[in-house]
Design a protein around this ligand. Sequence first.
Ligand code: FES
Ligand code: FES
Length: 159
Amino acid sequence: MEKHLIHITVNGHEYELYINPKTLLIEAIRDYIGLTGSKRGCETVSCGACTVIIEGMAVKGCSVLAMQADGLNVTTVEGLEQNGKLSAIQKAFLDEGAFQCGFCTSGMLMSAKAFLDENPNPTTHEIRDGIEGNICRCTGYNSIVRAMSSVAQGKYREE
Ligand code: FES
Ligand code: FES
């Protein structure tokens, strides 16, 4: 199949990729660019482990083709920390123990980040709705919701 050239900016770096048009965004990020923080779980748009942020919106990386991200800005979990410092949501997840195996965590963090950027003062109910597309099989959701609430309450600063 003929390959196509696309340009994607991931975590502030521009990448030029020759890809099969059927390549999923999550494949491009993991297999072409080599950023493996975003996980491939179900690949049926159900689990949320592959979630990244495209132009401010949380998007499941298995739900879009890489070509659909041509020319767009993508943020993955590797792009959350700045200058070696964890972001507010990462620190809150650590403090609240909001993960066990960690397989869902990168996707959960990206959904949480996009949600809180859009909804700075959410209720607990809204937080639960905000991450409903992300499945965690380990922790239950209370610690994740507590971490997101802590960030919303201003307990963590971006450094
Ligand atoms: S791998 Fe994309 S939603 Fe599960
Ligand atoms: S921490 Fe294991 S699936 Fe969420």
